[in-house]
Write a protein that binds this ligand. Structure first.
Ligand code: NDP
Length: 597
């Protein structure tokens, strides 16, 4: 295993430390420590960016496809169905425009932490090159809208409209909405997001606070002044609390620290914060790009982020440098040639080395040793979403910024009319910003908020209640013809989620195109095909229960109470995409374009 002298660190001591840090944070109430943003916070359900009081007459008509959700998933489904030849495509979206998470999240500092040249989809089709290596949120939102225009998805879209029910009737879907619409559609794609419901901690007294509060996904610029680029002049004389230190807070804190009278950052678990290195797009590089560059770059990033080592690293950033450690976040077959114990041993040592490097980075940047100690992450790399910033740690060198460690108290203990209480100490504040994340993501179909009635009126969730979720490739289910799920269901996730969504949208588009070419009216997997897929997942799904059980709590491990395996395709996203390509160009496609059409 290597002695501390050989390794340069004491692996046993680190294991003990990680276990202690985990114990410090485990709460008996697990995910119950959170509440939906309701009651006093119910206004989060409203859309601050949309036309207030918008009304319209209910619409009854027929379209080729309804796509539920206008984020990148829905837009990509729309674009790929358009390429497949569909004419009337209706995206139905709760918000006032396209963009999904980039519509709702407009907090100061918002950027995508995956490189823009691989994250933003349809760059070559739209003819756009991002201006920065890591795009600000507004550029991403504008690109979402550009996709909507390019593929003519605005014409039939319903905004500020929620889908209430899907019902299969006489060979097509009836889609009912909260505006009393009744739309008939040949195909339905469900792509309504995963991290879209803001969540709040159930902190005693949270409703008593008389100052100002908001969640990061509903940033209140009327109160703070400024915009997503900063300049929060309204905070100059304010004492501001930010609760939470996840990927969002890492981007928010530098701005609030710069502009607030005083900033208290209430931290329970520090994030790992790696180098960012954002820079404007190099015009020479831009001019050198040849057609096809975008998919080549995405595939190269995907390979590196799943532990493979292609000859070149086109993105060359902290994600790709850590690719071999991301196997616990995304599936990979990069280490299939090693015995599992051997790989686990190598991976753990690499992980210790990486986290030591990140802890050393804290010491290099943060001047006060006690503050630096508080900001160090003590867990394995894949336990929490890795973050990247060249400003976050530096913010704690400011005299007006204080980190308050809440780990020994299970988080913030109490909120009073004018203060936050931790360890018996009251921190008086004027404003509380909740950077406390989102209810973990399942589509409205999977939670039952959107009932789906298939052939013979069967309910989708009811049909899965005894057998477990049954799909072919995560896209469709027997008994529910022409209904496609787009998102993280029974497939292979990736760090670059939008790339995965695009590959899946391409697949759906290709299947629909073939159905139309063959005159097949129903796209529906056979029972045998979906059973075989679930078996494949069971056989390949990565085992991460032990790893999860040793992680500090968070939404990755159901707050320290691992729920058991969520079936994913073990060989990883690139292998899954290959499998789909081979399936649709071979006989496989007959499994969904089969009988009596
Ligand atoms: P997270 O769920 O990651 O973070 C919530 C934070 O709130 C955690 O630090 C948590 O601490 C803390 N918290 C919760 N309750 C309490 C409490 N009672 N007292 C003190 N602290 C508390 O939410 P984010 O919004 O930061 O990120 C969510 C996801 O959004 C990310 O994981 C990422 O997938 C995505 N994202 C992506 C970005 C991108 O650039 N691509 C940018 C931002 C977000 P603890 O960890 O101890 O539970």
């Amino acid at each position: 295993m290597g002695t501390p002298d050989e390794l340069g660190f004491d692996a046993d001591a680190l294991r003990v430390r990680y276990a202690l840090e985990r114990e410090r944070r485990i709460r008996p109430d697990g995910s119950e420590q959170y509440q939906r943003a309701e009651g006093k916070f119910g206004y989060y359900a409203e859309d601050p960016y949309a036309e207030p009081g918008f009304t319209r007459e209910p619409i009854r008509d027929r379209v080729d496809a309804v796509v539920i959700g206008g984020g990148f998933g829905g837009l990509l489904a729309g674009a790929r169905l358009r390429q497949a030849g569909l004419e009337r495509i209706r995206i139905i979206e709760k918000a006032g425009d396209f963009g999904g998470t980039w519509y709702w999240n407009r907090y100061p500092g918002i950027h995508c932490d995956v490189e823009s040249y691989v994250y933003l989809p349809l760059l070559e089709e739209v003819g756009y090159l991002p201006q920065w290596k890591y795009s600000p949120g507004e550029e991403i939102r504008q690109h979402a809208m550009a996709i909507g225009r390019k593929f003519d998805l605005y014409a039939d879209a319903f905004f500020q409209t929620g889908v209430r029910e899907l019902r299969w009737d006489d060979g097509e879907w009836i889609v009912r909405t909260d505006r009393e619409d009744e739309v008939r559609a040949t195909y339905v794609v469900v792509s309504n997001g995963t991290l879209d419901h803001p969540k709040l901690p159930r902190i005693p007294g949270i409703e008593d606070f008389a100052g100002h509060t908001f969640h990061t996904s509903r940033w209140d610029y009327d109160y703070t002044g400024g915009d997503a680029n900063g300049g929060l002049t309204g905070l100059a004389d304010k004492r501001v609390a930010v609760i939470g230190t996840g990927a969002t807070a890492i981007q928010v804190v530098p701005h609030v620290g710069r502009d607030a009278g005083h900033l208290y950052v209430f931290q329970r678990t520090p994030s790992s914060v790696d180098v960012r290195g954002n820079r404007p797009t190099d015009p020479e590089w831009a001019a050198s790009l040849e057609p096809g560059w975008h998919s080549a770059r995405r595939e190269n990033f995907q390979a590196l982020a799943t532990g493979h080592q292609p000859e070149t690293d086109l993105v060359d950033d902290a994600w790709t440098a850590s690719g071999r450690l991301l196997g616990k976040i995304v599936a990979t077959d990069a280490n299939a040639h090693l015995e599992p114990e051997e790989w686990e041993r190598i991976e753990e040592l690499l992980d210790f080395g990486k986290m030591n490097e990140l802890r050393a980075r804290v010491d290099e940047i943060v001047a006060d040793p006690a503050t630096a100690e508080l900001l160090k992450p003590w867990y394995r790399y894949g336990c929490k979403r890795p973050t990247f910033s060249d400003e976050y740690l530096q913010t704690f060198n400011r005299p007006n910024v204080t980190v308050v460690d809440t780990a020994d108290h299970g988080g913030v203990e109490r909120i009073t009319e004018n203060a936050i209480v931790v360890g018996g100490v009251e921190y008086e504040v004027d404003c509380i910003v909740f950077a406390t994340g989102f209810a973990v993501g399942m589509s409205d179909v999977m939670t039952g908020r959107l009932p789906v009635h298939g052939r013979d009126g069967a309910g989708l969730l009811q049909s899965w209640s005894t057998s477990g979720v049954q799909t072919l490739h995560g896209f469709y289910s027997n008994g529910f013809p022409n209904l496609f799920h787009l998102g993280g269901l029974q497939n292979a996730p990736s760090v670059n989620y939008v790339h995965v969504l695009d590959e899946h949208a391409i697949h759906i588009g290709a299947v629909v195109e073939q159905a139309r070419e063959r005159g097949v009216k129903r796209v529906e997997p056979t029972v045998e095909a979906q059973r075989a897929w679930v078996e494949t997942l069971r056989a390949t799904s990565p085992e991460r229960e032990r790893y999860d059980a040793e992680c500090t709590p968070g939404y990755y491990n159901n707050e320290g109470k691992p729920r058991g395996p969520r079936l994913t395709y073990g060989p990883g996203p690139a292998a899954f995409q290959r499998l789909l390509r081979e399936w649709r160009s071979g006989d496989g496609i007959n499994e969904v374009l089969g009988d009596e059409n």
